[in-house]
Design a protein around this ligand. Structure first.
Ligand SMILES: O=C(CO)COP(=O)(O)O
Length: 225
């Protein structure tokens, strides 16, 4: 299972990567906007320094035409590093760019996926990851779990190399539903993970264990021997 941080916040990535079992970082221009007008390539080189080469880094292209997307992908690979996964929107131009980049041996993440059609085209193109937008699909009343389940079935049936990396989560329930429906990976804001672990019931349970111990032994630590 892959869990990725969907953020470009350096402090969060630095502080939380040693804590959570994350396998990479994903961003898009809207996520980057939250950091202000950062020095783009330098910012991503810093993220790479923090996460190392054993984790994956997914950075989105900006162009809308196929050649522009291919050029953007090359720029990311040149100026950040050659292990970056360019994120390519799954449009007609995007499919063309993905095919070209896969022929060159580049890792590719197909993004902005709302439908089975986009999904099976990305799978047929041989992308490494495809990113269905869980919350945005739900907001359109699309059968999101059904779509993930179908795409996961296609990958298995056709023995495709692609992995499903579900994205666009607004709550933690959507994340577990995506995994139940067949997502191999989920990318989410670290805030969602932290919120999920800080619910009062969990902290209360831990406090009660310590209080019960203290009521017997009069200390809040285990004995030395
Ligand atoms: O690209 C996305 C997540 O990686 C989209 O997420 P949002 O729906 O939160 O904008």
């Amino acid at each position: 299972m892959d869990i990725l941080f969907d953020t470009a916040n350096l402090d969060d990535i630095e502080r939380l990567t040693p804590i959570y079992p994350v396998t990479g970082v994903t961003t898009n221009p809207s996520i980057l906007k939250k950091e202000g007008k950062v020095d783009f390539y330098k910012h991503f080189r810093r993220i790479r320094e923090i996460i190392g080469t054993e984790r994956t880094l997914h950075v989105q292209v900006l162009a809308k035409d196929a050649q522009g997307m291919i050029d953007d992908a090359h720029r990311l690979l040149d100026k950040i590093d050659d292990q970056v996964y360019p994120k390519i929107p799954t449009t007609e131009a995007g499919i063309e760019a993905m095919r070209h980049l896969k022929d060159e041996g580049v890792h590719v993440t197909a993004t902005a996926i709302y439908s089975k059609t986009q999904g099976f085209l990305a799978i047929a193109t041989g992308v490494d990851y495809l990113a269905p937008y869980y919350n945005r699909m739900q907001a359109l009343d699309i059968d999101t779990k059904g779509t993930l389940h179908a795409l996961s079935g296609f990958i298995q049936r056709f023995d495709a190399p692609s992995k499903i990396m579900a994205a666009s989560f607004k709550n933690i329930v959507q994340v577990s539903h995506a995994l139940e429906a067949g997502a191999d990976a989920v990318t989410l804001s670290p805030k969602l993970l932290r919120q999920a672990l800080s619910v009062p019931d969990i902290t209360h349970a831990v406090d009660v264990f310590i209080e019960d111990w203290e009521s017997i032994y009069g200390t809040r630590t285990l004995p030395e021997d």
